[in-house]
Write a protein that binds this ligand. Structure first.
Ligand code: HCA
Ligand code: CU
Length: 378
């Protein structure tokens, strides 16, 4: 089974910091890392120490927290960056270099041959300095790179026998799930190394692509809380949980799922965002049932219209009542909750009354309750 043996590389403190409204203070980074660790992510990736003096100090501070999660930092493929990263005491280093024609021309100006030589030089350098460090090599913009170029680079790197993991990155969010799965499968077959997937969400496939990567044999998936990152971000932690849970709950039971609402709220708050109404699991409407037909079935058995159980995430379902689509089952349930003993004819009459009123303006729950209590003579 491919999907029950994977790890999350939580990159809110790296990719997430590249989100337009994210600037994390040291205290916030410690809080975020602590909460992600409690949630149970296996690895936490942090901004390069070369980004700024504070970024460097913050890596040391998070490493000093002695969390269960391994702390990684993310650097360009050069010795100077590697030396700075090693000096912070991180447990792992993620190295990346662009291989697409676009990035080779406009980002670093190197040819594939030069990339291979540079990777060999930098990876050997890191391994000499730190024999036990977790070392990953990724190509940036994997899915716009020529396949022959990718294979030259990945096979050369794998042959060095120095890295723990290869990474593939859908940097611009262009890949389709089938492509991701095929690419990962090919890399696993050819190199037998662990493979990580990092996917942007520009065209809405980040979660599907992460899942496809796992199907192809990936061992690591990058996420950020709420999916924050460059542009519209990457695979969201909560969305990945939802996707994997619905395949098989056992895939996510290693994580502290009831903490997810707090994790999402923390990042929303720090970044000055509100959690979107349609967010996976923690969106305000994720567990609200409305139409009478839905309400009736959900009240009888939540599994009729819920593939995720809200209680597994510390949340509760809600049945909306005060609207024109309501049905008498929802009204009866509300009466029972209030401890009111009303016969069916009365409940049906109240339901019709709610519908008539809601045609003019939806009722809030207090207004529905008042109708029910008036009918019960209270
Ligand atoms: C970027 C780099 C990266 C790196 C991903 C990785 C990407 O900011 O452009 O190292 O796995 O999306 O390619 O985030
Ligand atoms: Cu990215």
């Amino acid at each position: 089974m491919p999907l029950n043996n994977y790890a999350i590389i939580e990159s809110t403190l790296r990719e997430g910091e590249q989100f337009s409204t994210a600037t994390f203070s040291t205290a916030q980074k410690l809080e975020i890392a602590g909460m992600l660790d409690q949630f149970g992510v296996e690895m936490i990736e942090m901004t390069s120490p070369c980004a700024s003096p504070q970024s460097e100090a913050d890596i040391r501070a998070v490493v000093a927290q002695n969390l269960n999660a391994r702390i990684l930092t993310h650097i360009r493929c050069n010795r100077d960056d590697a030396l700075r990263a090693l000096d912070t005491g991180v447990h792992g280093i993620d190295i990346v270099i662009g291989t697409s024609p676009q990035l080779m021309e406009h980002s670093h100006g190197k040819s594939i041959r030069q990339i291979v030589d540079l990777a060999a030089d930098v990876l050997s350098f890191v391994r000499e300095q730190a024999p036990d460090i977790i070392l990953r090599f990724s190509t940036e913009d994997t899915f716009r790179s020529r396949e022959s170029d990718l294979l030259r680079v990945y096979l050369a790197v794998a042959d060095l026998g120095l890295v723990n993991r290869l990474g593939v990155a859908d940097t611009v969010g262009v890949a389709m799930p089938q492509q991701v799965e095929a690419m990962v499968r090919q890399l696993v077959r050819l190199t037998r190394l662990d493979v990580e997937f990092h996917g942007h969400n520009d065209s809405g496939c980040a979660i599907a692509n992460a899942c496809a990567a796992l199907e192809g044999g990936a061992t690591h998936v990058d996420t950020t809380v709420l999916g924050i990152g460059e542009r519209n971000g990457i695979t969201p932690l909560g969305g990945l949980m939802a996707r994997l849970y619905t395949l098989d709950r056992s895939y996510v039971e290693k994580y502290n799922l009831p903490l997810l609402p707090q994790v999402d709220a923390m990042i929303a708050n720090i970044c000055g965002l509100s959690i979107p109404f349609n967010n996976y699991i923690t969106g305000a409407s994720a567990f609200i049932h409305k139409a009478g037909i839905h309400a009736k079935a959900v009240l009888a058995d939540p599994g009729t219209y819920e593939i995720l159980r809200p209680e597994d995430f510390g949340l509760v379902r809600e049945v909306a009542i005060g609207h024109r689509l309501t049905g008498w089952n929802a009204v009866r349930q509300r009466a029972q909750t209030l401890g009111l003993n009303l016969d069916d004819a009365t409940l049906r009459a109240i339901t019709q009354d709610v519908k008539r009123r809601a045609d003019v303006q939806p009722l809030n729950l207090t207004e529905v309750d008042q109708l029910l209590m008036a009918a019960a003579g209270q």
